[in-house]
Design a protein around this ligand. Structure first.
Ligand SMILES: *Cc1c(COP(=O)(O)O)cnc(C)c1O
Length: 399
């Protein structure tokens, strides 16, 4: 081995939390009030301003954001919502729990892992009420085409922008182009609050419903009731407690301010990766041909050459300090959804989970996500690419 190849321990994901976040959290701890209040409001205002949106609602997770979207858009038992199978299960789960049938659509192609416009169109029925558009890995899905398709069919568009905070398009930021946009600040996302999510909505009435349902649909805040000594309150509708903490908001405000710099770092790393990976025979790199500087680069997915045993390749990589992941095992093949999501069962027979999604199924066993985060060293990207090339060569040789 050349000296440059000495064994490293690369982190798959990491965050940029540092002293500034620690100081902000410490100030909240000393302030005497920890539940949602001024910091939360300030974070919402700053996020909304950055996204070019009139307002925003900070919630306790990205899943909570999607759940509130389903409720605020008044999706009901028997309604169908079309969404990508190649995504995290949150959107499917919050639908299924309400008897709303998740209908899974294919991806565009092996080069573009975002949800396919033509496949979504194929799946529209008289029961379809909404489309969930997920911006895979921070790469914009064909959101403008989805909005046009939805308009023609009278459907709502939910953007699952968990991977894509503050990504601009000609028509505005992702999450502001559909009816409602949902973000996640989970620990591994582009910006984090530990746990957290944000909701944006086109119609103020929809966002008002999200805000109300976030906190029991109760009138006024707990702090203002405490301050005024008022004992009474009224409930206009059924709601939840999806409030975030002041601590999370304080972290989020600092993370938001760091997002541009962190993104530039991710973009540089992706360029380095692309240059290094291009030499690996038969390895395909989705999105590599998109000259798309504004993408959030949450993930770096590659497709292993056909016929390789992914688990073996992953084990080889792990043994040389390179952790990897898979985004995602297709939802339509999961036990629960394969059986048509029992809570939603009978609404569209079991065919719902049994759609054949050829592109998704073709990439399912080949997908591999490589380490990518703003604290990764440029030389680490080279190290990862070299180890991947070696692992594939060793597999080829049957070693
Ligand atoms: C992370 C993620 C979610 C869920 O967000 P949480 O904050 O973890 O609840 C939803 N959809 C996608 C695509 C995600 O990556």
């Amino acid at each position: 081995m050349a000296p440059d190849d000495t064994r490293r321990d690369v982190a798959f994901a990491d965050n940029t939390i540092g002293e500034e976040e620690a100081a902000a959290v410490s100030a909240v701890l000393r302030s005497g009030w920890l539940s949602a209040d001024r910091e939360v409001r300030a974070f919402e205002e700053e996020f909304a301003a950055a996204a070019g949106s009139a307002d925003a609602v900070f919630v306790s997770s990205g899943t909570a954001a999607l759940h509130l979207a389903v409720l605020a858009l008044d999706l009901r038992s028997g309604d169908e919502v079309i969404m990508p199978s190649l995504s995290f299960v949150s959107a499917a789960a919050v639908c299924a729990l309400h008897g709303v049938v998740p209908v899974f659509a294919d991806i565009e192609s092996v080069a573009d892992l975002t949800v396919s416009v033509s496949d979504v169109e194929r799946l529209i029925t008289p029961r379809t009420r909404a489309i969930v558009v997920m911006h895979y890995g921070g790469h914009p899905a064909h959101i403008e085409e989805f909005v046009a398709l939805a308009r023609r069919h009278g459907l709502r568009v939910i953007e699952d922008a968990a991977h894509a905070p503050l990504v601009s398009r000609p028509g505005g930021m992702l999450g502001t182009i559909g009816d409602i946009g949902c973000f996640s600040f989970f620990a591994t996302k582009n910006m984090t609050t530990g746990e957290g999510g944000m909701v944006l909505a086109k119609q103020p009435a929809v966002l008002a419903r999200v805000r109300s349902m976030r906190s029991h649909c109760i009138d006024g805040s707990s702090r203002s009731r405490t301050a005024s000594g008022s004992a009474g309150y009224d409930i206009a509708s059924a709601g939840l407690n999806y409030r975030p903490t002041e601590l999370a908001a304080a972290i989020g405000r600092v993370q938001l301010a760091k997002l541009d710099k962190d993104r530039a770092r991710r973009r540089d790393l992706v360029s380095t990766y692309h240059r290094a990976l291009v030499g690996i025979a038969e390895l395909e790199v989705p999105f590599a041909s998109r000259a798309d500087d504004s993408a959030a680069h949450h993930l770096l997915p590659v497709l292993l050459p056909r016929g390789h045993h992914r688990d073996r390749v992953r084990n080889r990589l792990r043994s040389v300090g390179v952790p990897t992941s898979v985004h995602y095992p297709p939802t339509h093949l999961m036990t629960y959804y394969r059986h048509g999501a029992p809570e939603a069962h009978g609404l569209r027979e079991a065919t719902v989970g049994l759609e054949h999604l050829p592109h998704t199924e073709a990439v399912a066993d080949r997908l591999l996500s490589l380490p990518l985060h703003a604290k990764l060293d440029t030389s680490d990207a080279g190290y990862v690419a070299d180890r991947l090339a070696e692992a594939l060569a060793a597999e080829e040789a049957g070693a």
